[in-house]
Design a protein around this ligand. Structure first.
Ligand code: LLP
Length: 421
């Protein structure tokens, strides 16, 4: 991330963030566009080095916008979508329909029909009844990948673990449901079984869980004489929110996973499949920051020191939801982080906190700008209109450009669906 203090002001690619905040208003999401592209290229380079056939689909739930999707098309990334809304947005972009994968544990018939009409070719099937529904609704051949549940527990927050046995996602390998699903797909008239998918969780720092799952899946497929053309290992690669976190080591990590796949295939005399990835957070997470303006400062002697900003859980839900931790920086000057404080939002809930117990400069006062780091994934996309807050604008920055990619919501938009009398 190209954030640095120049002349006592925090800058991104040399552009003063306080100028950007003044021009577009706060709260504001600002992305380092160059870093997003670099992350895409790191995955490509690592996968190319493996010599395997591969595809990468950006998991659009991390942050969806048309200009971001156009960037993904330029970076040879496909898209993973999970709803008609994500698909609709994707269809407005330059990403070709045949590079959009339709996911989700409960696709509605309407969504399936919409995806069929839109030219989506690749579905990740998540249940036995979906196989029947998709086969009935499909009026042409559809490529089907089955999401399996390998029964592996990833080391991450329990709310974002997905591979354990008790999960709403995928079909259990151990309980025989996955095999039943494959047989059903193979027998379905309009479905072409091309492979299996797993995603064991999100914000995973290391590769051991994925490697164990690759081993388990290839052994299991081989034992059951099932051939696949595609192995989709999902996303879940971690990013650095604070100093304690580790950005997933993409180059070494992908090498160890692809080596494990090669070994497992070799051991089982199994034909090497194409490997597919669906990174979301690791593509956009560290590239994005949120800018806020400071309002009230409240000192409760011997209890806490609250600094409130002009947004909150409507644009930053992860602290309330997962007790997530963030680093912050004062934007409009550089000073030592010497005072313990809590950064709070302005919404009407005690849990509306950005960060508890963090050291920041004592001098922070009304009118200052604060930057919350690593908010590029699951912030804008998880934003809401709670308290009738407006969704912020989104800006992309490179060395030579500052461009708005999403406008701030307007008050009129807040009531546009209200039926008057
Ligand atoms: N593929 C599948 C099937 C997924 O379910 C997900 C994330 C991804 C890919 C992308 O995972 P990533 O690379 O972004 O970790 N709201 C939570 C994260 C939920 C993730 C849901 N699925 C958070 O803010 O941490």
């Amino acid at each position: 991330m190209t954030l640095q203090y120049i002349n006592n002001e925090l800058t991104m690619h040399g552009h003063r963030l306080s100028d950007i905040a003044k021009k577009y208003g706060t709260p504001l999401f600002v992305y380092d566009e160059t870093m997003i592209r670099e992350q895409c290229r790191r995955f490509h380079t690592a996968l190319k080095a493996s010599g395997l056939r591969y595809t990468i689909s950006y998991a659009s739930k991390a942050f969806s916008s048309i200009q971001l999707f156009n960037l993904m098309a330029e970076e040879q990334m496909g898209l993973d979508v999970v709803s008609e809304g994500e698909l609709f947005t994707a269809l407005q972009s330059k990403v070709p329909e045949n590079q959009i994968h339709f996911h989700g544990n409960n696709k509605t018939n309407r969504e399936i029909q919409y995806a069929m009409e839109s030219g989506v070719e690749y579905f990740v099937i998540d249940s036995l009844d979906e196989i029947e529904r998709l086969n009935t609704l499909a009026e042409r051949p559809v490529k089907a990948v089955l999401r399996i549940n390998p029964g592996v527990e990833a080391h991450t927050h329990e709310f974002i673990q997905t591979g354990q046995e008790n999960s709403k996602f995928g079909l259990s390998v151990k309980k025989g449901l996955a095999l039943e699903g494959i047989k059903k797909i193979q027998a379905a008239e309009h479905l072409e079984f091309i492979g299996v998918h797993f995603h064991i969780g999100s914000q995973i720092f290391e590769s051991t869980g994925t490697i164990a799952t690759v081993d388990l899946v290839i052994d299991w497929l081989s034992e059951n004489h099932i051939e696949i053309d595609v192995l989709n290992i999902g996303g879940g690669f971690s990013i650095k929110y604070t100093e304690e976190d580790i950005s997933y080591p993409i180059e070494e990590g992908i090498k160890s996973i692809t080596d494990a796949l090669k070994n497992a295939c070799h051991r089982n005399n199994f034909t090497l499949p194409e490997i597919s990835l669906e990174p979301g957070r690791s593509i956009v997470g560290e590239a994005g920051i949120t800018l806020y303006e400071v309002g009230t400062v409240k000192n409760i002697p011997d209890v806490n020191y609250y600094v409130s900003i002009d947004g909150g859980m409507s644009d930053h839900i992860r602290t309330a939801l997962y007790d997530a931790q963030y680093d912050l920086k004062l934007v409009n000057r550089e000073e030592p982080h010497d005072k313990m404080m809590t950064i709070a939002g302005k919404l009407c809930e005690s849990g509306d906190i950005i960060r508890r117990d963090i050291k920041l400069p004592t001098s922070i006062h009304t009118g200052d700008y604060l930057a919350v780091l690593s908010t590029g994934a699951y912030h804008y996309s998880m934003s809401s209109n709670y308290n009738q807050m407006l969704k912020p604008a989104v800006i992309f920055v490179t060395e030579d450009s500052i461009k708005q990619v999403v406008r701030r919501q307007t008050l009129d938009q807040l009531i546009q669906n209200d039926v008057l009398a």
